[in-house]
Design a protein around this ligand. Structure first.
Ligand code: ZN
Length: 254
């Protein structure tokens, strides 16, 4: 087989791994539990073992692997290959993840912010293929971003150029996890969408979500969208708020 590349997404819950051919076509993929509480050495071991098993299952030799790339949530020193302190990986403080994984696999490893990694993937083989400039958002527990400008990923000072989730769209608005008020993440992330719905139900707004909150003690973002599909008016208002917040940041980025 010609050259193979391995991509790894290190998350707080799961490690997702894919191997790709030289045209960046997916050959095979897998996911294993991170077990972040066992510390970085164990996690890197698990990662390397999962890579080796994935390659073996796909009948790919490790010697055909040219390099591996790993994406992690920040903050990190990407140039130095060090995770400084990841919120979802509590035992990962100043971990030289790039060197550790490179030693385990015996291959060169590149290391990037996970949102930047996803952005670069879309730029090279996905929605951004063929353009020179693009903006990318990840919508999940938080809101991440990536920016490609003149064909290059924008890093900026301390690699924070594309922390787009913390763009303020409503001054003096909702408190964000970062300490600012009115960030887009405080309105449109999955957790903020769920939180806004929960607050509205608790404050007495009529909604089919009330029964769910009474029974389960919580409302998820998925619940909100399911109740929207079933015609609930509060769910419509909440998801309109999510869409509006995303629209504002998109227009600003344009
Ligand atoms: Zn924020």
């Amino acid at each position: 087989m010609s050259e193979v590349f391995v991509g790894i997404d290190l998350g707080g819950t799961n490690i997702k791994i894919g191997c790709f051919d030289s045209d960046m076509k997916l050959i095979s993929k897998t996911s294993v539990a991170t077990k972040a509480d066992m510390g970085p050495e164990v996690v890197v071991d698990r990662m390397a073992q999962a890579v080796e098993k994935l390659l073996a299952d796909a009948s790919v030799c490790l010697r055909d692997v040219r390099m591996a790339g790993i994406g992690t949530p920040g903050p990190a020193k990407y140039k130095e290959g060090i995770i400084i302190d990841a919120a979802n990986l509590p035992k990962f403080k100043n971990v030289p993840i790039r060197r550790m994984l490179s030693e385990q696999l015996g291959k060169p490893v590149v290391f990037e912010n996970d949102a930047n990694t996803a952005c670069w993937g879309e730029y090279t083989v996905g929605a951004g293929k063929g353009v020179e400039d693009m903006v990318f958002f990840t919508l999940g527990t938080g809101i991440g971003g990536g920016i490609v400008s003149n064909g290059e990923l924008l890093h900026g000072s301390d690699d924070n150029a594309a922390e787009l989730g913390h763009t303020i769209i409503y001054p003096d608005g909702r408190l964000c996890g970062c300490g600012q008020k009115g960030c887009v993440e405080a309105y449109a992330s999955a957790s903020s969408t769920a939180a806004r719905a929960t607050e509205a139900v608790r404050s007495g707004t009529a909604s089919s979500l009330k029964k769910l909150l009474d029974e389960d003690g919580q409302i998820s973002c998925k619940d909100v969208y399911e109740h929207l599909a079933a015609g609930d008016e509060l769910a419509r208002q909440i998801t309109d708020g999510t869409a509006k917040a995303i629209a504002i940041i998109c227009v600003n980025m344009l």
